[in-house]
Design a protein around this ligand. Structure first.
Ligand code: HEM
Length: 538
């Protein structure tokens, strides 16, 4: 393979090199010694014991013994593809991010996933789907690590281990594999009622997509965009699929789980290999960056809330096309490492307490999953921008760094690390005022409304979508062993909508409770219904 290019300081540039291990035509050891036989161990005579001195045997088996790495603690099952993102230029007024300039093309790698199942679980389970995109921009990598639902279960990352423990298989019986059908999940969401909105999305047809190609994607959090004049707006990212939004019906999902558990990844690979390249449009909802960080009374830092598209239209800013399947699942889909902190100039984070915790979590888990601190050197994770950092040594260090002074600035061989010029810099923090307030372990009061947007979602559904939601709640809650958990969840449903509650209660053979809070006064949002959703610019 072509040798990788390095700058004089050892920084990596350009495209990744071809991996070792497949050079030449004859079989060798890992040290390049040519082999004549790889099928027979060295033995003391044809019937004798195997000899410890057989280096080829030991090398072959030792390496095999260590082939597996830990699966992701969440989003373990996934499928990825390469593609290209083309910017329309429509976001130039609100962000200085270079990859959003008109006509700019950027290489991307996307990984779709389920959240809760293990690597070998079925594709068509009822669950949230991950939709993570790595943009290899020439100003540094941007990872948009989103889901196919615009809201999340919890408002504070400190609860993330709890919600995942509640959703993963029970520790004693290792049941179930999917999100559905067990006591701890319903126990959690009925006690931590901020999860009710996301759970409603899960119980809707959104929980069983027809294809990755027919899923929307959402960045969930509000981000802060910065333009070249230093002006800021708050924004939410949306992916809209060219094929429209489509789901399976429950019976299809069940059949496919048995007949073809790889249904979604097969569909993705087959489509790309047939030249039917899937496409999504990236859009943003833009909000004024006011000190309250609200829009139309909705708290933009609360990741359990949407802003209805009727109030803030999604404005298209570019197009994604997936056009190449991975060469090697492990090297690309399994070893890819996303991080919400991988941000280019012009895109900044907000104080959303879920996002703040994510900024810590991803690199921390990847240190274990990918064996140390140098996983950004793995080909799929290498930036396509030139890298010149002060990070040195560590497990799996692949670079041969030159120079005597691994710190900058230095007076020995460093040159000027910050030359004057017009290049945009990342991590130039927006000087947002941090309130003079005492330290607290508490949420703002606006985070206490847990039912109004679940009600908004329910009221926005068509009759057939409502019927599917009722059936899903009835089926999943019907799997709980503990009646008290079913009753507590019915109480939340009563607080969302009495009709929904009554229908699920009937299905469960339990009485429907009365609401304990006033029903929210919300108008349906037609854009939430999946029926009739189309490619936005057709
Ligand atoms: C992985 C999305 C919240 C921790 C992922 C992946 C996605 C995702 C798409 C899969 C990445 C891949 O394909 O490699 C989200 C979204 C969230 C959210 C949309 C909320 C809006 C959180 C929070 C935490 C967290 C709050 C922890 C505090 C993790 C971890 C992984 C992961 C540890 C595994 C990463 C790896 O092993 O590479 N998340 N997540 N996530 N997420 Fe999240």
């Amino acid at each position: 393979g072509a040798p990788e290019t390095r700058t004089p300081t050892g920084a990596r540039t350009g495209a990744p090199s071809t991996a070792n291990g497949q050079q030449g035509t004859f079989l060798t050891t890992s040290q390049g010694a040519r082999l004549r036989d790889t099928d027979h161990s060295l033995k003391a005579g044809p019937r004798g014991p195997v000899l410890l001195q057989d280096h080829h045997l030991r090398e072959k088996i030792t390496h095999f013994d260590h082939e597996r790495i830990p699966e992701r603690v969440v989003h373990a099952r996934g499928a990825g593809a390469h593609g290209v993102f083309t910017a329309y230029g429509t976001a130039e007024a609100v962000t200085r991010a270079g990859f959003l300039r008109k006509g700019r093309e950027t290489d991307v790698f996307v990984r779709f996933s389920t959240v809760l199942g293990s690597r070998g679980s079925a594709d068509t389970v009822r669950d949230t789907r991950g939709f993570a995109t790595k943009f290899y921009t020439d100003e540094g990598t941007f990872d948009l690590v989103g889901n196919n639902m615009p809201v999340f279960f919890i408002q504070d990352a400190i609860k993330f281990p709890d919600v995942i423990h509640a959703g993963k298989p029970h520790p004693d019986r290792e049941i179930p594999q999917a999100q559905s059908a067990h006591d701890t999940f319903w126990d959690f969401v009925s006690l931590h009622t901020e999860a009710q909105h996301h759970t409603m999305w899960n119980m809707s047809d959104r929980g069983i997509p027809r294809s990755f190609r027919t899923m929307e994607g959402f960045g969930v959090h509000s981000f802060r965009l910065v333009n070249s004049a230093g002006e800021t707006v708050l924004a939410k990212f949306h992916w809209k699929p060219r094929l429209g939004v489509h789901s399976l019906v429950w019976e299809e999902a069940q059949l496919l789980g048995g007949i073809d558990p790889d249904f979604h990844r097969r569909d993705l690979y087959d489509a790309i290999e047939a030249g039917a390249y899937p496409e999504w449009e990236l859009g943003i909802q833009v909000f004024p960056d006011i000190p309250e960080e609200t829009f139309a009374g909705i708290d933009l830092l609360d990741p359990t809330k949407i802003v209805p598209e009727e109030l803030a239209p999604v404005q298209p800013v570019g197009k994604l096309m997936l056009n190449r399947t991975p060469t090697n699942f492990f090297a690309e889909t399994e070893q890819v490492a996303f991080h919400v902190g991988h941000l280019p100039p012009g895109i900044d984070v907000t104080n959303d307490p879920l996002l703040q915790g994510r900024l810590f979590s991803y690199v921390d888990t990847q240190l274990t999953r990918l064996g140390g601190p140098n996983f950004s050197q793995i080909p799929i994770n290498r930036p396509h921008a030139a890298v010149n950092d002060m990070l040195r040594d560590g497990f799996h260090q692949d670079a041969v760094h030159a120079g005597v002074a691994p710190y900058r600035p230095n007076s020995l061989d460093g040159g000027n690390p910050f030359p004057a010029g017009d290049a945009e810099h990342a991590f130039v923090d927006v000087p947002v005022t941090v309130a003079e307030a005492p330290k607290v372990r508490a949420n703002p009061a606006s985070f206490d409304d847990h039912h109004s947007q679940a009600r908004l979602f329910w009221l926005s559904m068509s009759p057939v979508e409502k019927e599917h939601i009722v059936r899903a709640y009835t089926f999943e809650l019907g799997k709980c062993y503990h009646q008290a958990i079913k009753e507590r969840q019915l109480q939340s449903l009563a607080n969302i909508d009495p009709v929904l509650c009554a229908q699920v209660a009937t299905g469960l053979g339990l009485p429907a409770p009365e609401p304990t809070v006033p029903l929210a006064d919300v108008a349906p949002s037609p854009a939430l219904s999946q029926l009739g959703r189309q490619w936005p610019t057709d």
